[in-house]
Write a protein of this length. Structure first.
Length: 428
């Protein structure tokens, strides 16, 4: 309900930055083309002069019988790497990008080469991207997205058509929204059987599931201009931070590090260690489902990342303060409450299907010995997908409402099928 307008409002500063970058790139292209035309003109003139000088020298050498070896040396000198002394010429400006909506992972990689600070993949419908990456033929793209989560790992493409492309540190952010039913279904499918998935959905650390208000109330207020301008200023300022600017802010980069990093101060480091100790105990307790355990394990990166963002947004320099960390821990506590709801929703499709089947049994729509096909072909609510029907039947069997019969072939042979016997207590 009104997800897209809320997301678009939050993205306005980023869209503004991108529009400004596109405008600057257009202006830079005009200057580049003018400089390129001037370079080509100088090159053409110098080439003509050099040819005439070379002809004269060759003629003089032939007249003076200077020998073939002298002529060869002269030609080599003329063919050296930069005989005109003009250099390589102007370099075409590369566009600054902050986001993309729909790119192949190879194209995304090419964009990251010229935008090493990272890119945001913005999708209005998030589950469509997740399902796309679930396809077997997209397994490499899925791996690329998972690599980009850390923002620190290198990646190299070697393709016949694209050639060699190396990214020093892949950094990808993904932002989107979806309906509760769709994410619940995806969570259930991704983690079905207690496997916990491969970690893709767990990398979405900022999952939130807001409640709709019980009653609607019209609110008509002027935006808080001061707060908005302050937020936009943060976007403007942080968009200009490159490696040299990060080092000026007190970041450190060792000889083998891919990106510079800021450290906690002593108080923040102590609080972080205490929080991390509690987190690790929870992760090793065995009380969490594999899927949710994998999600919380990613908070090892989430909390320091949020602390860094708080530190920079507040114009911090040098060591990251305890205040920035405490704000990050409070945010993580809030996010965990939402994550619990999201992962718990994975059973909602299963439960809704089971309730629907039970309702139709009690209404007499399904009788003793029915099959999964009998349920699916009716097109009932919550039972339009074969997977949902299977989940609902499995849950009813687990709860002893139904009992599956042995596999039996049809009257005329064919594939064996499972029929379901109804426990009498299901009818009450």
């Amino acid at each position: 309900m009104l997800k897209s307008p809320a997301m678009m409002e939050a993205l306005k500063p980023l869209h503004h930055l991108e529009a400004e970058a596109a405008k600057a790139h257009t202006e830079a292209l005009v200057d580049y083309r003018a400089a390129l035309a001037e370079f080509k003109l100088h090159k053409s003139v110098k080439e003509s002069i050099l040819k005439e000088e070379l002809k004269k020298k060759v003629a003089e050498k032939i007249v003076s019988l200077g020998g073939v070896s002298s002529l060869k040396d002269m030609i080599k000198d003329a063919q050296k790497e930069d005989p005109l002394g003009l250099g390589a010429g102007p370099e075409e400006p590369k566009p600054v990008r902050y986001r993309t909506n729909d790119s192949s992972y190879e194209a995304l990689g090419a964009l990251l080469v010229s935008n090493p600070a990272g890119l945001l993949v913005e999708r209005d419908e998030l589950v469509s991207l997740l399902k796309h990456l679930d396809r077997e033929e997209q397994s490499v793209a899925r791996g690329f997205y998972m690599t980009g989560w850390s923002g620190m790992h290198p990646y190299t493409f070697d393709r016949i058509t694209r050639g060699h492309i190396h990214i020093e540190a892949v950094c990808i952010g993904v932002l989107g929204n979806t309906q509760p039913a769709r994410i619940a279904e995806y969570i259930h499918r991704a983690n079905y059987g207690g496997a916990g998935g491969d970690g893709l959905i767990q990398r979405f650390n900022l999952l939130v599931w807001p409640d709709a208000p019980a009653d609607w109330k019209d609110v008509d207020e002027y935006p808080n201009r001061e707060a908005r301008e302050k937020a936009w200023e943060v976007y403007q300022r942080l968009s200009k931070i490159d490696e040299s600017a990060a080092l000026k802010l007190g970041a450190e980069k060792g000889p083998y590090d891919k990106v510079p990093a800021l450290r906690f101060d002593e108080a923040a480091q102590g609080d972080f260690r205490n929080w991390r100790t509690d987190l690790e105990r929870r992760l090793h307790s065995g009380d969490l489902s594999p899927a949710f355990e994998g999600h919380l394990a990613k908070y090892r990166k989430l909390v320091p990342t949020l602390a860094l963002m708080n530190h920079l947004a507040d114009r911090g320099e040098g060591l990251i303060s305890q205040r920035s960390l405490l704000k990050a821990l409070a945010t993580a506590y809030y996010l965990e409450s939402h994550a619990r709801r999201v992962y718990g929703s994975g059973h909602e499709a299963e439960l809704a299907a089971a309730k629907a089947i039970l309702k139709h049994i009690r209404n007499g729509d399904l009788t003793e010995g029915f099959t999964a096909r009998d349920v699916h072909q009716r097109g009932w609510a919550h039972l339009t997908e074969r997977e949902h029907v299977g989940w609902g039947l499995s849950l009813l069997v687990d709860l002893d409402y139904l009992a599956p019969s042995a596999l039996s072939a049809g009257v005329e042979g064919g594939r064996p099928k499972v029929t379901y016997l109804v426990n009498p207590r299901s009818l009450t």
